[in-house]
Design a protein around this ligand. Structure first.
Ligand code: F3S
Length: 63
């Protein structure tokens, strides 16, 4: 599983990096960005799904 953020949709709600800080961080303006290459370790999949389902803009995509 791999995640990416659609920067055109992200509005900086911050739930992704609050809920899954190992997978997402914030840029200088508070918008979300993936940590590293976005590949989700198996033990982080639950956190990834939580972040995905809590993004109000549905900006987090899985590959
Ligand atoms: Fe952006 Fe959604 Fe995270 S709007 S900051 S991707 S919770």
């Amino acid at each position: 599983m791999k995640v990416q953020i659609d920067s055109g949709r992200c509005q900086g709600h911050g739930r992704c990096y609050d809920l899954a800080p190992d997978l997402f961080s914030e840029d200088d303006e508070g918008y979300g960005q993936v940590v590293g290459d976005g590949i989700v370790p198996q033990d982080q999949e639950r956190a990834a799904r939580l972040a995905i389902s809590n993004c109000p803009e549905r900006a987090i995509e899985t590959l």
